[in-house]
Design a protein around this ligand. Structure first.
Ligand code: FAD
Length: 383
């Protein structure tokens, strides 16, 4: 895939590079809790004040209204500059809640929420998965009963990233009594400060507590917070998952090439490793694969509409490659390294990379989608 950058795009890249070089915070971002919230929102406010927030979001809602090419240039420069990980507490709002509102929200919902997201005033989380309804999301049971102009919600979600520190949640629940599977669901904007919500953080194997169980006990949510139509939540949820499985991880995908290059440069300076043919070959293969991922990422961003499930291919490839690159980083640099030369905190990233083959749909589920929807293989037997 070849890009022909206009002189204006080249100037945009230069401007982005210079700004990032001058402003990227040098301290490490906290991984969870209120400190991670403060850090992420302060950085977002800085981006917003300088005009780097919402690069391709509509101007009417506070975005810059620039092209997808510019969005990609920004991501490339962002990860090359070693800016705070794109997988931060702002991830849900910027990468799938905001885009879902742009695609499916009412004018009032867009006008209220989008500018607040871009200005770094609020965080969002996602409440889709439940105990017993992860891969099989359509079996979810949290229920909202219509009472006047409100839904009264009772049930439980799990693995809801950043729900302990977010103001809003993209909440998928059953709203039509007696409905089954994909029918009768609704996608709601849930204010996490509503009475009746209890959030209980879960510690992951990397030691972070960025996801939680969320309990809802008679939580009142105005019907005006339904996104799309009442009982039409599956369609909206598929829009959200479409973003989550395609464009949401763009910066993380581009970042893998930067990480392999940091390892390459570190190896080149080590007298023993720089002469190890097996290691050099492994690095060369990983670099070629990260470059292939970058090409696939570009293709996803400017996707041919004929391949609507192509996001699953990229998602699967990224998740498995991320684990191999971080494993090599750990093998080379060791668990206790301070990692000043190679950049990035490898031990945490290595452990965290295991979540990539689970979050947003496991690798097995992505393989099912690729098999059934793209390759046309026989569908899995219905449960
Ligand atoms: C870091 C992280 C962040 C997350 N953040 C959020 C969030 O913010 N909001 C949210 O709602 N959820 C979130 N999740 C949850 C995530 O979406 C689910 O964990 C995921 O969908 C898998 O569901 P499950 O955990 O219930 O596993 P299960 O669905 O129980 O799967 C267990 C195993 O069975 C396999 N399996 C299941 N069905 C099939 C099948 N049909 N064919 C083949 N294999 C199958 C799976 O691949 C997996 O290996 C997060 C998860 C992680 C790890």
């Amino acid at each position: 895939m070849q890009f022909h950058w206009s002189p204006e795009d080249v100037a945009f890249r230069e401007q982005a590079r210079r700004w990032l070089q001058a402003h990227v915070p040098r301290e490490a971002a906290p991984h969870s809790g209120p400190a991670s919230r403060d850090f992420a929102l302060a950085w977002q406010r800085q981006l917003h004040a300088a005009g780097w927030s919402g690069i391709s979001w509509p101007v009417a809602y506070g975005g810059q209204g620039w092209s997808l090419e510019r969005q990609m240039i920004w991501y490339e420069e962002y990860v090359a500059a070693g800016a705070p990980s794109p997988l931060n507490p702002g991830f849900v709002a910027h990468n799938h809640a905001g885009p879902t509102l742009i695609a499916c929200g009412t004018e009032a919902q867009k006008a209220f929420h989008l500018p607040r997201i871009l200005a770094g005033e609020v965080l969002w989380c996602q409440g889709f998965s439940e105990p017993g309804a992860g891969s099989d999301l359509a079996s979810l049971r949290t229920f909202g009963e219509v009472q006047g102009d409100h839904l009264v919600v009772t049930g439980q979600k799990i693995w809801s990233s950043y729900s302990d520190i977010a103001e809003y949640q993209e909440l998928l629940i059953r709203t039509q009594p007696g409905s089954q599977r994909h029918r009768g669901l609704s996608w709601l904007i849930c204010d996490m400060r509503s009475p009746g919500i209890t959030v209980r953080p879960i510690r992951n194997m990397a030691g972070a507590t960025h996801f939680s169980e969320v309990f809802y006990d008679q939580v009142r949510i105005p019907l005006s917070n339904v996104v799309g139509a009442l009982h039409d939540g599956w369609r909206v949820a598929m829009t959200t998952l479409g973003f989550e499985r395609s464009t949401a991880a763009t910066a993380l995908q581009l970042e893998l090439l930067v990480k392999v290059d940091r390892l390459r440069h570190w190896v080149a300076e080590q007298p023993a490793q720089a002469r190890d043919p097996a290691l050099l070959q492994e690095l060369a293969v990983l670099r070629a694969e990260a470059a292939a991922l970058r090409a696939m990422t570009y293709q996803t961003l400017f996707r041919d509409p004929a391949t609507p499930f192509g996001g699953s291919i990229v998602r699967l490839y990224f998740a498995e490659l991320a684990q191999r690159i971080h494993r090599l980083g750990m093998d080379l640099l060791g668990p206790s390294n301070a990692d000043a030369q190679a950049g990035g905190a490898w031990p945490y990233a290595y452990l965290d990379a295991y979540s990539e083959t689970i979050a947003g749909g496991t690798s097995e589920i992505q393989r099912n989608i690729i098999g059934e929807r793209i390759l046309g293989l026989p569908r899995e037997a219905a449960r």
